[in-house]
Design a protein around this ligand. Structure first.
Ligand SMILES: [Zn+2]
Length: 294
């Protein structure tokens, strides 16, 4: 597939959930400016304390946000895929970011110059709410990560990392070398190697030269710490009190191939699910999709 043909094959509003949930007028203005780009694995999109030129809406790429200390060691504080955008915090503050954005899994994204997105962010209440809601999920990721690296094992963290990546991919495999995984978790490579060997021995994954295929996702979830469930829920399920006023049914009908499961009455992803309109959301009800995976 020619990478230059991406724009015709990957309509932006069908592929990135955050962009899809923007008000129609905002989307129209930003779509004109959106440029499809192929993000190479290990590519650095945003460097620490460097002015932001573009923001990125990933399609099937996964970007890791790393905090780097003076020694050069780093730890992942959040991950961004088709659920959000890279550069969100700088849009809010207008200042340089304190994290480095690094491509964990290669794929397509759409990039848009920062300034017009910043202007939309500050000129429309619904757009502002959406971005703030997304930033809240980043804050949650950061908070959970702080506790996770202190209290959970490397194996649990590795399982969580794989699950969060798979949630942002249309398949059950990804390229992830042990070196990259150790950088993301801020641990020694040997720890990742031990975890990968154990998971392979249990039949949970197949691992070969950085190519990981998840063979048994329910087992992977059981071996992960509770942090995964918290983050998955936070990413996919904003509170039903959302003030967003969008034609939900129309939005859903316009994206029949989206990753939203029409059977799911809990996960309505930024107000884009048809069930939001039908008042089927119940705070205590579990996601149908998660029950099917048991
Ligand atoms: Zn954890």
């Amino acid at each position: 597939m020619k990478k230059t043909s991406a724009k015709a094959q990957l309509p932006l509003h069908d592929q990135n959930h955050l962009f899809a949930a923007l008000p129609e007028e905002t989307k129209e203005r930003l779509r004109i400016l959106a440029e499809p780009v192929w993000l190479k694995r290990d590519e650095i999109l945003i460097e620490y304390d460097t002015p932001l030129e573009y923001v990125y809406f990933p399609i099937d790429a996964i970007v890791s946000l790393l905090f780097v200390v003076n020694s050069g060691a780093s730890t992942e504080v959040a991950v961004v895929g088709n659920d959000g955008l890279v550069g969100a915090v700088s849009l809010l503050s207008g200042e340089n970011t304190c994290t480095k954005a690094f491509v964990m899994s290669a794929g397509f994204a759409y990039r848009i110059p920062k300034q017009p997105v910043h202007d939309e962010f500050h000129s429309d209440d619904n757009t502002l709410f959406l971005f703030l809601r997304y930033i809240q999920t980043l804050i949650t990721q950061t908070s959970v990560t702080a506790a996770c690296i202190r209290h959970h094992t490397i194996e649990q963290q590795f399982c969580k990392l794989l699950l969060l990546a798979l949630d942002r991919l249309p398949c059950n495999n990804l390229m992830l070398t042990q070196e990259v995984a150790s950088t993301m978790l801020g641990v020694r490579r040997e720890g990742i190697s031990e975890a990968a060997v154990k998971l392979q021995g249990l039949g949970v994954i197949d691992y070969h030269r950085g190519h990981i295929t998840v063979l048994h996702r329910p087992k992977l979830q059981k071996l992960s710490c509770e942090c995964y469930a918290i983050l998955a829920n936070e990413t996919s399920c904003p509170p039903p009190s959302s003030p967003i006023n969008i034609p939900v049914a129309a939005a859903y009908a316009a994206r029949p191939n989206s990753l939203i499961d029409p059977k799911c009455v809990y996960c309505f992803r930024y107000g884009s699910c048809i069930y939001l309109k039908q008042n089927l959301i119940q705070a205590t009800k579990k996601c149908v999709r998660s029950e099917l995976e048991q």
